[in-house]
Design a protein around this ligand. Structure first.
Ligand code: AHR
Length: 537
């Protein structure tokens, strides 16, 4: 998992905002003082790029309690479930309108053999990557597809390139998607699903430069061509424009080995023959600062808040770097950059199995999530899919569970507040972000995006990074006459505030509204807050 880029120092220079680095000397030490003024200009008359709903995708790996206990409790469980899948988790995820779920890994995918996870008799195998525990295989293909059906998401299936074969992967896709009465289709029917499944996205390997087999770019490329050619989707409803999109392994950071990787794949793609194709190039980038992960997910102070947020903004430079290489070989942007693993990776919670990647989720993570979603939106012409790691109980999760208990995290609420941005069109927004300084760390104080949803309503997402000072915002609107604006804001008493099973509502959104007058909106943003509002005309 050498994907982290701890020393990257890419400056945060969004194409959409003009940062004005005036140091506010008191910001580092003062508690709440006078609100700072920020002016934003939104031009809703200009058509923008679509913010693909797939940017809000999730990742669920067979890792710790991500699948087992998090999603799957089994039909005999006392925890309310539908065919073994937790009802409470499904209800919470439905509210996020999860567009797609990447499964079964991760590093796990390159050791996964799908046949062990179908039929009445499931093989007990091992999960060597993640704690060496027994993998019961009780959650397999049918359970995953049932889960997707229950939450209303599409399948992003990662096939095993590292320790599998093209034949194994091809047969899995035939099993999943053919309508013809082949032996595999009959087996699928006997296992409870006569009709073909839809598989929207196919990941061809995972981190093949590392846990996926330590391949060179050239070696991987030869595998990619074979898998792309033979791992077919036969679903009659997925031919032509509805075809399954194939995603190649891409970079894990900005170091030369990864720029070379992107270069090799994209160069080959440029003049690729009819017999193979890709639609996406994966990129993994965790916010980790130090490797192995050492930052605590609870009980930290303002210094760690500022350090983590500074590091997370490196995502912008990394996307810019790899997009530039992709532009050279694919100027029409046919291949999407798919950030299919991102999020904060902290030290394991004391007392937890270190192989299970258990961490808490605080207000800091909510701010981090908003900043990354904003970066993706600003790069939406190239970044058309992203998957936060991971959905439940692992790394920067949406939901934490403990037996029958479950709690929604601050990150969950950010994803919920951002639902209106799914498939909305980006609206240009300019502003002087100001500066939040803490010790030697300098960050933009405010970040924002705007978008028009599918029914023409304008939405704004504004984050006040500054944990000490409120921000008075004044938004000038062109192309929309505002009568009012309402929405929600997410903040909490401290940067390290968390939701727990006993206190699940410490970090939850509350309603807010802006004043509208003379074509302008004004409102006050609380320190360390994420706010989403819609403009009523
Ligand atoms: O998300 C945890 C792990 O991080 C994934 O299995 C792997 O792809 C990455 O290294």
């Amino acid at each position: 998992m050498a994907l982290k880029n701890p020393f990257a120092k890419a400056a945060f220079l969004s194409r959409a905002l003009l940062c004005h680095f005036t140091v506010i000397a008191l910001a580092a030490t003062a508690p709440v003082v006078v609100a700072q003024k920020v002016q934003l200009s939104v031009d809703a008359s200009k058509p923008g790029v679509k913010i693909d709903r797939n940017l809000f995708g999730q990742f669920a790996e067979h890792l710790g309690h991500g699948i087992y206990e998090g999603i799957w409790v089994g039909p005999e469980s006392a925890i309310p479930n539908t065919r073994g899948i937790r009802n409470g988790v499904v209800a919470a995820l439905r509210a996020l309108k999860v567009p797609n779920v990447r499964w079964p890994g991760g590093c796990f995918a390159d050791e996964y053999h799908w046949r062990k996870g179908i039929g009445p008799q499931r093989a007990a195998t091992l999960n060597p990557n993640w704690g060496g525990v027994i993998e019961t295989n009780s959650f397999g293909t049918h359970e995953f597809m049932d889960f997707l059906d229950q939450i209303g998401a599409e399948a992003y299936v990662s096939v095993n390139v590292g320790s599998g074969t093209p034949q194994e992967a091809a047969e899995w896709l035939e099993y999943l998607t053919t309508e013809q009465p082949t032996t595999l289709a009959k087996e699928r029917a006997a296992n409870g699903h006569p009709g073909p499944y839809k598989v929207g996205y196919l990941g061809i390997g995972n981190e093949s430069w590392d846990c996926g087999g330590n391949m060179t770019p050239d070696y991987y490329l030869s595998q990619l061509k074979i898998y792309s050619r033979f791992v077919r989707n036969y679903n009659p409803g997925q031919q032509g424009k509805q075809q399954m999109l194939k995603i190649a392994v891409g970079p894990g950071g900005g170091e030369p080995r990864w720029t070379e990787w992107t270069e090799a794949i994209m160069k080959a793609y440029q003049h690729h023959q009819w017999s193979w194709d890709i639609n996406g190039l994966s990129m993994h980038n965790y916010t980790v600062v130090k490797w192995p992960p050492a930052f605590a997910s609870t009980g930290f102070g303002e210094t760690e808040y500022a350090q983590i947020l500074k590091s997370t903004l490196d995502m912008d430079g990394l996307i810019t770097k790899h997009s530039a290489i992709m532009d050279t070989y694919d100027p029409q942007k046919k291949v999407a950059l798919v950030v299919d693993e991102w999020g904060a990776w902290y030290a394991p919670l004391p007392g937890s199995n270190p192989g299970f990647l258990v961490q808490q989720n605080s207000l800091r993570d909510a701010v981090l999530a908003a900043l990354n979603l904003n970066i993706f939106a600003r790069h939406a012409d190239r970044v058309r899919m992203a998957n936060i790691a991971q959905m439940i109980n692992v790394l920067q999760a949406m939901i934490l569970t403990d037996k029958e208990k479950m709690v929604l995290t601050p990150t969950y609420y950010v994803f919920k507040m951002y639902v209106p941005f799914q498939d909305a069109t980006f609206v240009p927004i300019t502003f002087d972000s100001g500066t939040y300084a803490h010790g030697e760390i300098t960050l933009p104080r405010v970040d924002a995006i705007a978008a028009k949803d599918t029914i023409g309503k304008v939405w704004l997402a504004i984050t006040n990074i500054d944990p000490n000072q409120a921000a008075e915002i004044e938004v000038s609107l062109t192309g929309v006459s505002a009568k009012s604006a309402t929405g929600e804001t997410l903040t909490a008493p401290r940067v390290n505030s968390v939701n727990t099973f006993d206190a699940p509502s410490t970090v939850v959104p509350k309603p807010v509204s802006a004043k509208a007058a003379g074509g302008k909106l004004t409102m006050k943003l609380e320190p360390k807050s994420v706010t989403v509002i819609s403009v009523e005309q």
